[in-house]
Design a protein. Sequence first.
Length: 173
Amino acid sequence: MPDTRPGIKFDEKGVCTGCRTYEKQSTIDWDSRWKELEELCNIHRGCNGDNYDCIIAASGGKDSHFQTYIMKEKMKMNPLLVTAGNIDWTETGRQNLDNISDAFDCDVIMFNPNRHVARIMFKKAFQIYKSEVMKFPHPRSIESIENLAIYRGIESGLRKAEAFQLIRHVLDR
């Protein structure tokens, strides 16, 4: 991978972080991980009677759909989906969340923080994912994201609209 890509980092051996992540994932025993998930689900399935067996943080995006599919269809769990409302939801974003609820017959609890709290949550999210934020003019710079939110807001008749969805798979090793 060329070193001209904005934000790319290399270790002491000259290998980029993306390559290291790929190497790490190729050493995981996925069958063992699946069995571990099955064991956890067997312990918790039905432990609350007819109530929820687990909670899934859901945005309505593809990761949320996949997680809900695995828990509901493969593991036979009864998940509760929870989400925090965006400052300005797009119609597509809202429809995606409705779709996941309808497709898997799951309840959704949406926390809609006031705008002040939502701004704080947005800033904290960027602190957590600070390695994803780049310097302007990169598309993942704060300035670019703000400008895109304003642009999309103008297109949809809002002050700002959802500018991106960061999907990140975090594995606890």
